[in-house]
Design a binder for this molecule. Structure first.
Ligand SMILES: [Zn+2]
Length: 400
């Protein structure tokens, strides 16, 4: 999913589909040929710098049709996808080996490559897949291009839709999001909620994968390593770790955006680019990689869910959010484990609470006079005693 043009959003509707039993093998065969053709096309495009549709067409079309037996529309989809993959690989300054794909995933142009008819998806070439279930909320919007994926024994069709971008409401206040390695804190000067990150849980699977890899990477085990079973298990553990992070990021973002929408609040998050960059410079451990992934995915889903739900979102400068006083701007000093105190005005609070209040304050000042409610929480309105007494702040944990 990604944000589209100004007036519209592109979103993806997931359809579970199932081929007619007698066609299943033929569809899988088509998808394997597509994958092989795609890997071949990527190599040809990179070798010849054929990044335009014209060039790629001239170099590949005939071969994709004849050698890989792809129909016209699918062949065109195949080199288009190859161009996109080649471009992103060439753009990456730290690119490794030439990209190859193992997934069974086939790009389908709308109308030319596939169409949805009643309860069936028809692919070009006379293949039919029964639609088992899908999200019907977007049925009124026309289908765009789609992708057929076969994974873990199931077929899924991901259909792109263009939907109007919802209008944003005028916020009555701010819900700030602060992330750190162990948890994220969501709140403002009235509420505060803490959510654990799943980094430890995901790390468990990364370690299992690593242990397997280490064990079977000695030359003694070369024959073993080549055995599909081990490679599959290593991949499974890596994927499991990634999925844990992804699920958490998506659900957490959804919960935060729903909370904001209910109370007509804007969401404010820090610009994490700098943080991710500095983590990148650390020695690459599994933990660092997972923490980075979590930050990036949470940011992505927050932005996306905010767009989709018409929730105003502010990205604020992260500099000093957990070291300056949210009330008077002075440099804070340590006052115990994860607690900070302001030597100038006496404010004392937990480090994460300080960050939340600073993020809230920065978003409020970005919003300027757009608050619709005069009673909206303002950092400067709160009495010093309350800051020093976190007990007064309603706290809870989100059921995720
Ligand atoms: Zn102060």
């Amino acid at each position: 999913m990604s944000a589209g043009d100004e007036g519209e959003l592109t979103l993806t509707v997931r359809m579970r589909v199932s081929p007619e039993p007698e066609q299943e093998e033929a569809i899988l065969d088509l998808m394997r040929r597509y994958r092989d053709a795609l890997n071949y096309s990527i190599r040809v495009i990179i070798a010849n710098k054929a990044l335009s549709l014209n060039k790629a067409h001239r170099l590949l079309y005939k071969e994709l049709r004849e050698r890989y037996g792809l129909s016209s529309a699918i062949a065109v989809g195949c080199y288009r996808e190859a161009i996109a993959i080649a471009k992103s690989w060439l753009r990456n300054p730290k690119r490794g080996a030439m990209p190859t794909t193992r997934r069974l995933s086939m790009w389908l142009a709308h109308e030319l490559g596939y169409r949805v008819k009643g309860d069936y998806v028809e692919l070009i070439g006379g293949y039919r897949l029964r639609v088992i279930g899908w999200d019907r909320r977007y049925d009124d919007f026309p289908n765009r291009d789609a992708r057929l994926v076969f994974r873990d024994g199931e077929f899924t069709l991901y259909v792109a839709k263009r939907v109007p971008r919802p209008a944003k409401y005028a916020p009555k206040g701010v819900l700030a999001v602060d992330v750190n390695e162990r948890q994220i804190v969501v709140g403002n000067s009235r509420v505060e909620i803490r959510v654990e990150t799943p980094v430890e849980r995901a790390l468990h699977y990364r370690r299992l994968a690593e242990r397997l890899q280490e064990k079977y990477s000695s030359t003694r085990y070369n024959a073993w390593l080549r055995r599909n079973g081990i490679r599959k298990r290593v991949r499974y553990f890596h994927r499991k770790a990634k999925n844990i992070i992804e699920d958490w990021a998506r659900r957490t973002a959804h919960t935060i955006i729903s909370l904001a929408k209910q109370s007509k609040l804007a969401v404010a998050r820090e610009d994490l680019t700098g943080l991710i960059e500095s983590l990148r410079r650390l020695p690459k451990g599994h933990r660092t990689a997972l923490v980075m992934l979590g930050y990036r995915r949470l940011g992505y889903w927050l932005d996306w869910q905010a767009e989709k739900n018409g929730v105003p979102l502010f990205v604020v400068d992260p500099a000093g959010t957990s070291s300056t006083c949210p009330r008077c701007g002075a440099e804070l000093v340590e006052a115990g484990h994860r607690r900070l105190r302001c030597p100038r005005c006496g404010l004392e609070a937990d480090r994460d609470t300080i960050a939340i209040l600073n993020i809230e304050g920065r978003a409020l000042s970005k919003m300027g006079g757009t608050l619709t409610s005069p009673t909206a929480p303002q950092v400067t309105d709160v009495s010093p005693n309350r800051w020093g007494e976190p007990v007064n702040r309603p706290k809870g944990t989100l059921a995720l």
